[in-house]
Design a protein around this ligand. Structure first.
Ligand code: TXA
Ligand code: MG
Length: 350
C-alpha cells in the first residue's frame, strides 16, 4: 500500500473522511500527538488499527469526539457530574475520561473492558475529520508499539509507511505528550496517565484527585493495573537511559562524569538536557530540550529527541530530571518509563 502525506486542505480532508467512512485508517494530527484514526463504531476498523500498530489486543483505544452530543451513544447512562465539570473545564483539550461504555462501542475498541476512553481534541484538523466523517474516531497514538508517540507527520511515516493509505500533515504537535487519562468509573477520580491537563488543574475543578502510584514507579510483580497501558514498558530507547536528579550544578557534574566514563568505554553517549543548561556540558553531544522557557516546550521536544537518538545509534543516554509537578509529572512519567525508572540522585552522591 502506498502512503500519501498531504497538507490538510479541504480536498485532503474530504479524502480522509471518505477513507474513514470506508473503514480505512488515517494518520491525523491532534494537539497532543498524532493519532491513527479509524471508524470508532466499527470493530473491523479497530482490528486494522491493532494490526498496523502491532498493538497487544488487550490495550483499548480512545474514542475521539467533536461535540458533547456524541458522548451519549458511547457511554452507558448519564454523564456523571464530575465528568461534566471536567468536560466543561478541559474539553476540547488533552484530557481523556474513562467511563462505563454503551453497547455501541465495539468490544475491539474497548478491548473487552466494560469502560471506554473518550477525548474531545482541540486540534482543528482532528475536529474537522470527526465532523466530516460523521463518526467518533477510535485513535491510539500513531506509532508502532514500542516506539515513542509521533509528534510530527514524518514520525508517523517512519512507523506506518506502507501500512495506511493517508497521513494528514498538520505540523508539529503543540503539547507533544499523550493526553491525561482520568478514571471516573469508580468511586474516586484518579489520574492513570499524566499529561497536559495536570493533577493540579483537575484539583482546582473537583477539589481533589488521586494520582495512581504507578505513574512514577515500575509495576510491582503481581500488581493489578487500572489501565492496560500501564503494563507495557511502552517506549524503550535503543540506548540505555539513566535519569539524574538533584541540584542543577551537581546533576550536570554527575552527568558529565557518567558521559565521559561511557565514552571511554567505547559507548556512543548523548545527554538530554534543558536548553538553559546546555553550556554546562561543553563539547559533549547533547540534545537540548525546551527551545522556549518553561516546561511546555520540554514536553513538546521530548519524543522527537528520543527518536533522533535512536536514529543516531546512541547507546547510552543521560537525562536531566525535571521537577515532577504540573506538566513535569507527565515528562517524568514518560522519561521514567523509557529509563525503566532508573533515577540517580546527584545530591546523595549516586
Ligand atoms: O493524546 C492521546 O491520548 C493520543 C491522541 C491520539 O489522542 N492517543 C493516545 O492513545 O495516546 P493510546 O492508545 O496510545 O493510549 C491510550 C491509553 C492507553 O494507555 C490505554 O491503556 C488507556 O488509554 N485506556 C484506553 N481505554 C481504557 C479503559 N477503558 N480503561 C483504562 N485505560 C484505558
Ligand atoms: Mg500510545
Amino acid at each position: 500500500m502506498q502512503t500519501l502525506v498531504l497538507k490538510p486542505d479541504a480536498q485532503a480532508l474530504e479524502q480522509a473522511a471518505a477513507l474513514l467512512r470506508a473503514g480505512e485508517l488515517v494518520g491525523m494530527p491532534t494537539e497532543t500527538v498524532y493519532g491513527l484514526a479509524g471508524n470508532g463504531l466499527d470493530g473491523q476498523a479497530a482490528l486494522k488499527i491493532f494490526e498496523a500498530k502491532q498493538r497487544p489486543a488487550d490495550n483499548p483505544l480512545i474514542e475521539h469526539i467533536a461535540h458533547m452530543d456524541q458522548i451519549k451513544t458511547l457511554i452507558r447512562g448519564e454523564l456523571p457530574p464530575q465528568a461534566q465539570m471536567l468536560a466543561q473545564a478541559f474539553w476540547p483539550g488533552p484530557l481523556t475520561m474513562i467511563l462505563p461504555k454503551s453497547d455501541r462501542v465495539p468490544r475491539e475498541v474497548s478491548a473487552g473492558l466494560d469502560t471506554v476512553a473518550i477525548r474531545m481534541p482541540s486540534h482543528p484538523v482532528a475536529r474537522a475529520l470527526i465532523e466530516q466523517s460523521g463518526l467518533p474516531l477510535a485513535a491510539p497514538s500513531a506509532n508502532r508499539s514500542g516506539r515513542p508517540s509521533p509528534t510530527r507527520a514524518s514520525h508517523v511515516l517512519e512507523d506506518m509507511e506502507g501500512r495506511i493509505p493517508l497521513i494528514l500533515d498538520g505540523g508539529p504537535c503543540e503539547v507533544g505528550l499523550e493526553s491525561t487519562v482520568v478514571e471516573l468509573s469508580g468511586a474516586t477520580v484518579r489520574v492513570l496517565r499524566p499529561g497536559g491537563v495536570t493533577p493540579e488543574m483537575i484539583e482546582q475543578v473537583l477539589g481533589g484527585v488521586w494520582v495512581d502510584e504507578s505513574v512514577l514507579k515500575p509495576l510491582q510483580p503481581g500488581q493489578v493495573v487500572r489501565s492496560p497501558g500501564m503494563k507495557y514498558r511502552h517506549y524503550a530507547p535503543r540506548g540505555n537511559l539513566t535519569i539524574v536528579k538533584g541540584a542543577p550544578e551537581r546533576v550536570a557534574e554527575r552527568i558529565a562524569q557518567l558521559y565521559d566514563q561511557a565514552t571511554a568505554q567505547g559507548e556512543r553517549a548523548a545527554i538530554l538536557c534543558m536548553k538553559q543548561n546546555e553550556a554546562r556540558y561543553g563539547a559533549r553531544q547533547i540534545h537540548a530540550l525546551g527551545q522556549r522557557p518553561g516546561l511546555d516546550s520540554v514536553a513538546s521536544d521530548l519524543f522527537d529527541a528520543l527518536r533522533l537518538m535512536d536514529e543516531q545509534g546512541v547507546s547510552r543516554i543521560f537525562a536531566e530530571a525535571v521537577d515532577a509537578h504540573g506538566l513535569g509529572l507527565a515528562i517524568m512519567n514518560r522519561m521514567g518509563r523509557a529509563a525503566a525508572f532508573h533515577v540517580l540522585d546527584a545530591d546523595k552522591g549516586e
